[in-house]
Design a protein around this ligand. Structure first.
Ligand code: HDE
Length: 689
């Protein structure tokens, strides 16, 4: 009997929709693409063992031809991505707001596929660059696919789709030399910014720690545009969509990010994959902000302007369901690369607003798939197929897979009894009254570019403000044109004099004349929800390097590690070499990492196990000092099983700890306080050394 193919445990819980397309080769005979059994697959067909290859070698030609065409154009933007399967479940029926079927029944699980991405870099660029992250969700509902193609920031750089090609040309590598890769730290990006001041608010987000997510599972998501929810009676309301991560919103620090680009360019992708494989399923709550149509003009900003958010303190976020990612892809290309999102993939009960950025996107996404996926039949690819049946009169085209029967391929027909026929319960666009002169203009209500940029700044903690000033300074430090640097400083004086003066001081630019400035123009309240300091803090999913060497205290370490695991932490053994490490007492452990194969930036915290011989061996390791110092400088929790080891190793690493540093712990009873310190994520009171 042939062995059953291996299956991931989550496979059974997943939708059956991809079953017919999934192939396992286990135990199967090798064939050509036409199914011919192949006798040999290593040598081309030759006239004599040292002779020329023969044209009739159809097997070689087929294999090589396929290989020659294995790449498709990468996405123009969001080329670098990682995806996973999962499901969405509503908390309660949302009938009063929308007739969308997947939001009615809390017992129903709607399959989803989510693709996270960076925007500017090529497909092979590093994960941890400073950039916006895409957060695109495809819901395979029983009434058709609904795509919520969002980002991890709630606003965007521009207000009108007409400017998108310009903006992207400016942020992508410069065309004459294709430098720099996956970075906005160059002249054309900042030149675009100063000449398009509507960018101010989003640039603040991009320069904040939001653009350095620790994990996709620790990232918020936003639909960005204002959409509409429409109920069965046709009553519409404006809505903004949110994803709130159950692990909270957390970021890396800039120095870590830069090192990770080399140490592990797949840092975020690997984290997503490994978490799901280990059953630590990333989860987000789905939130909505709802606004009655009569309140459209209630705020000081235009709700159609995608550079504006609705402060949560003004319009609370109502949590309406949960998204869980529980299955990795079987095949990156077939799923993550070929998935085709489109903000126009809607279901009944959800409709657009007149946001001019959204309206332009409705054109772009299908258009881009035509060149990327090679024709109009991309919705037939397994990952894009809806769960419900598809019946229409569209036919033919490149790579058509459906075999439609019968002679009728037109509506209205008589010979097929009018089938397929429109139905009264089909999608109806909201009957918004529209009137106006044809014009290429922007509404005056879109012209305030600074108030919400200032709102964002005012909402930041001092630590976050410091990071924003540093980020601007880094970026402008890479801008060659000094006049342009100055122009950026002057522009952001409209957001905050403190911000502009801070940047100016770092880059040798003049502090703007009106340093308080123009800032006075845009005094805004704060929105505490915008600060990551106010997010959920949990030890769950945090990776802790447990430093051990031969002779470590097995029993105590085992107890500590159990405690960490019980709190949802992921402890991994780190030693002077890989392989089994003998303890002085209790069980031996297997070192997953060594000072040669890994690095402190790959962990959230450090725990040094006790044991005389172990600490001796660690102290003799030349890379230990840098390891500890870096963890300390990145504000991470460091725990020592024994107080005397803490003193010795901190001194060895040249760490001058302040008394009462809550992230430095040692001695008996370490477990729970250390877990708390890990949950805190960073210990900002620490001065960088
Ligand atoms: Fe996109 N965007 N975008 N975008 N976008 C694409 O579509 C575009 C915008 C977003 O994981 C492209 O299939 C225009 C805002 C995500 O596959 C392209 C405009 C937001 C992804 C495109 C915008 C997004 C894309 C490239 C301005 C947040 C990746 C490949 C009018 C709400 C989806 C593709 C994935 C991808 C066009 C602005 C999010 C070229 C014209 C605002 C997450 O069609």
């Amino acid at each position: 009997m042939s062995e059953q193919p291996k299956r991931h445990p989550n496979e059974t819980a997943k939708t059956e929709r991809l079953k017919d397309f999934t192939v396992d080769n286990d135990g199967q005979k090798l064939t050509t693409n036409t199914g011919l059994h192949v006798a040999e697959d290593e040598h081309s067909l030759k006239a004599g063992v040292r002779g020329p290859t023969l044209m009739e070698d159809f097997h070689f030609r087929e294999k090589m031809t396929h290989f020659d065409h294995e790449r498709i154009p990468e996405r123009i933007v969001h080329a670098r991505g990682a995806g996973a399967h999962g499901y969405f479940q509503a908390y309660e029926p949302l009938t009063e707001l929308t007739e969308a079927g997947f939001l009615q029944d809390p017992s129903k699980q709607t399959p989803v596929f989510v693709r996270f991405s960076t925007v500017a870099g090529s497909r092979g660029s590093a994960d941890t660059v400073r950039d916006v992250r895409g957060f695109a969700v495809k819901f395979y509902t029983e009434e058709g696919n609904f795509d919520l193609v969002g980002n991890n920031m709630p606003v965007f750089f521009i207000q009108d789709a007409m400017k998108f090609p310009d903006f992207i040309h400016a942020v992508k590598p410069e065309p004459h030399n294709e430098i720099p890769q996956a970075q906005s730290a160059h002249d054309t990006f900042w030149d675009f910014v100063v000449h398009n001041t509507e960018t101010a608010h989003m640039v603040m987000w991009a320069m904040s720690d939001r653009s350095l997510p620790r994990s996709y599972a620790m990232m918020e998501g936003f639909g960005v545009h204002t959409f509409r929810l429409v109920n069965a009676e046709g009553k519409a309301r404006f809505v903004k969509f949110h994803w709130k991560p159950l692990l909270g919103t957390h970021s890396l620090v800039w120095d870590e990010v830069q090192k990770l680009g080399g140490k592990d360019p797949d840092f975020n992708r690997r984290d997503l994959h490994d978490s799901i494989e280990a059953g630590r399923c990333p989860e987000w709550e789905f939130g909505i902000q709802v606004l009655e149509e009569e309140d459209e003009f209630k705020f000081g900003f235009d709700i159609l302007d995608p550079t504006k958010l609705w402060p949560e303190e003004l319009v609370p976020v109502r949590k309406i369901g949960k998204l869980t990612l529980n299955r990795n892809t079987d095949n990156y290309f077939a799923e993550t690369e070929q998935i085709a999102f489109h903000p126009g993939h809607l279901v009944k009960g959800i409709d657009f607003s007149n946001d001019p950025l959204l309206q332009g996107r409705l054109f772009s996404y299908t258009d881009t798939q035509l060149s990327r996926l090679g024709g109009p039949n991309f919705n037939e690819l397994p990952i894009n197929r809806p769960m419900c049946p598809v019946h229409n009169n569209q036919r033919d085209g490149m790579h058509r897979m459906t075999i439609n029967r019968g002679p009728a391929a037109y509506h209205k027909n008589g010979i097929a009894g009018g089938s397929p026929h429109p139905s009264a319960d089909g999608y109806k666009h909201h009957q918004e009254k529209v009137e106006g002169h044809v014009t290429r203009e922007r509404s005056d209500s879109f012209k305030d570019h600074y108030s919400q940029a200032a709102l964002f700044w005012n909402s930041m903690s001092d630590v976050e403000k410091g990071h924003i000033v540093s980020a601007f300074s880094f970026e402008l430090g890479h801008v060659k044109d000094k006049a342009l640097r100055q122009a950026v400083v002057d522009m952001f004086a409209n957001v905050s004099g403190e911000l502009a003066a801070g940047i100016a001081a770092n880059i040798g630019a003049a502090s703007p004349a009106e340093a308080d400035g123009a800032a006075g123009k845009s005094k805004s309240d704060a929105s505490p929800a915008l600060s990551m300091m106010n997010t959920v803090k949990t030890p769950k999913g945090r990776k802790v390097a447990v430093l051990v060497a031969g002779g470590f205290d097995g029993a105590a370490t085992d107890a500590l590690v159990r405690e960490l695991r019980a709190a949802g932490i992921v402890p991994e053994f780190y030693s002077t070499r890989l392989g089994p490490i003998k303890s002085g007492s209790g069980a031996d452990v297997e070192a997953d990492h060594s000072f040669l194969t890994s690095d402190s930036v790959l962990f959230d915290a450090v725990l040094v196990a006790g044991g005389e011989a172990s600490v001796e061996a660690l102290a003799a390791e030349p890379k230990l000092a840098d390891f500890l110092k870096e963890a300390f400088r990145h504000f991470k929790a460091i725990g020592f099983a024994r107080t005397e080891d803490a003193e010795r190793l901190l001194a060895l690493a040249g760490i001058k700890a302040q008394a009462g540093d809550p992230g430095l712990l040692a001695g008996d009873g370490l477990g729970q306080p250390f877990i708390q310190a890990v949950a805190e994520h960073r210990h900002w009171t620490r001065q960088a050394q």
